[in-house]
Design a protein around this ligand. Structure first.
Ligand SMILES: [Zn+2]
Ligand SMILES: [Zn+2]
Length: 497
């Protein structure tokens, strides 16, 4: 989510609101434990999520070292944004504005992709850790990185594959598996004379294979994904809330509960420059006290400067959001009560769990039949739900209802890899492309749009330029030529966060 700087006191913090797409080559950083010089300055640079809502990445330079706060990806490429940005979003997510080797440590505010999605690039670029985060963020991070690494089809990588496997793929037997991680045993087992390689994005590689031979399908190696995720997880250093950690002489950092999702934190730097202690806070995404599950953020401490998330800055978040939640439950019950499909577009982390909780409530209220099947097409979303359940006694949740182990388990919940062949009527369907902006959602839209009784629920932030945003404005998916179909679909309740 986006941030805006607020200089609370004085002007000693030089805040540069720049979105430099590439090119900064700093000095290689000493390992965090080997920094001996005291801080000489405090310069903060915001490289992402400034004037836009994704790609969070800031750097605090204390003279003695450079510290990164978040390393997020941009949202998938969208038509309108392409005109605004120097690089399309998909491409921006494959670039880093800083040299990974120049960073002494990274502090992660929370596990949403727009805050962690470029960590693979950072590590590939030579960043050697540590990564400071809370316990829950450390548990969520591998799941989020797995999705990022597996589906990041625009990032250039050094692929290798076996010539024999390629020849087999040409006969249409099975796709050729392509590897990119040096730690993959399958990659390393390919004999040198049998090896082929190229440095391209996955999309470019797939296109090249298709040009050479239409039959040759290609698939990225799952083990390489696991190895890459493990190499990042190995850098994690867990820290508890409220415990100052001295990361270098004169630089102490404390993570504070931001009340946004499990594990979310604001990062408080205390930096001593010439015997004066200065405090700078990076808020990360901040929760609010309207959430049925989260208790809300810790109040901000007394600081000299704060860089604060401001995505909903100009919006008044009035308490009637509770009515909107009740309205959402009623609308879902109405759709399935009438024999239709309620398709709810969620994000794997947090929005899925909020919606499962609402469905659980609707069943408890007797509004929603417990016999109606609920399909969730993302196993990652269900794994994340398990982490919520494990952490239900932690301080960020409200006492009730979150302490109830079934708070995220409405009856009839089924795991379904992909869409069931014959989606029964009535049923509920949760898919994890919250703005309907992956190819799969667009296919599904075409399929379900031809069915009469489908209602789409958009329940999270919708970028105006995303398919979800366009649908909300009843413009439809012009790019995909499905305008007529889209207009026959009724976008229903929009539940703010
Ligand atoms: Zn977030
Ligand atoms: Zn591999």
């Amino acid at each position: 989510m986006g941030i805006a700087p607020i200089i609370v006191r004085g002007f000693w913090v030089v805040a540069l609101l720049l979105a430099l797409p590439k090119g900064y080559a700093g000095e290689p950083a000493p390992a965090a434990g080997q920094i001996t010089s005291p801080p000489s300055r405090i310069v903060a640079t915001v490289y992402g999520a400034a004037g836009e809502v994704a790609g969070s990445l800031s750097v605090l330079d204390t003279g003695s070292a450079r510290w990164m706060i978040d390393c997020g990806a941009f949202a998938p490429e969208r038509e309108v944004e392409k005109e605004k940005r120097p690089e399309p979003a998909a491409q921006q997510s494959t670039l880093l504005p800083v040299d990974g080797r120049s960073i002494a440590a990274v502090f992660i505010t929370h596990a949403h992709t727009d805050h962690v999605g470029r960590l693979p690039l950072l590590v590939e670029g030579g960043f050697g850790g540590p990564l400071y985060l809370t316990d829950a963020t450390a548990e969520l991070l591998p799941l989020m990185l797995r999705m990022q690494v597996r589906y990041d089809e625009g990032r250039p990588r050094s692929w290798t594959w076996s010539k024999q496997a390629y020849e087999r793929a040409r006969t249409g037997q099975r796709p050729v598996t392509v590897h990119w991680h040096a730690g993959c045993p399958y990659r390393n087992a390919i004999a040198q004379k049998n090896l082929e390689s190229a440095r391209l994005s996955f999309n470019e590689l797939a296109a090249r294979f298709e040009r050479q031979d239409q039959a040759a399908q290609v698939t990225p190696c799952r083990r390489c994904t696991d190895e890459e995720v493990a190499s990042i997880v190995a850098l994690c250093r867990r820290v508890g809330y409220g415990k100052p950690t001295e990361v270098a002489p004169g630089v102490s950092v404390t993570l504070r509960d931001a009340g946004h999702i499990p594990g979310s934190a604001s990062v408080l730097f205390e930096v001593r420059v010439a015997d004066k202690k200065r405090r700078v806070l990076f808020s990360g995404d901040v929760g609010n006290d309207l959430s049925p599950l989260f208790a809300g953020p810790q109040p901000a401490p007394d600081v000299d400067a704060v860089f604060i998330e401001a995505t909903y800055g100009p919006t008044f978040r009035d308490p009637s959001v509770r009515d909107e939640r009740a309205q959402f439950r009623r609308s879902v019950a109405e759709v399935v009560g009438g024999g239709g499909v309620a398709w709810i577009a969620v994000f794997a982390l947090d929005r899925t769990q909020k919606i499962l909780h609402e469905l659980h409530l609707a069943q408890q209220e007797g509004m929603l039949s417990r016999r109606v099947p609920i399909y969730c097409t993302s196993s990652t979303a269900l794994e994340i739900t398990g982490i919520y359940r494990q952490h239900r006694h932690d301080a960020w949740f409200r006492d009730l209802p979150a302490r109830d182990p079934s708070a995220w388990s409405p009856e009839g919940l089924r795991k379904s890899a992909g869409l069931p062949k014959n989606l029964p009527y009535p049923s509920l369907l949760l898919t994890t492309s919250g703005m309907l902006d992956n190819g799969w959602s667009r296919m599904l839209l075409s399929r379900l749009a031809s069915e009469k009784s489908t209602t789409i629920f958009l329940v999270g932030y919708q970028d105006p330029a995303s398919p979800g945003g366009m649908l909300m404005r009843a413009v439809g998916l012009l790019r995909e030529g499905t305008r007529d179909q889209a207009s026959s679909i009724r976008p229903a309740a929009v539940l703010p966060s």
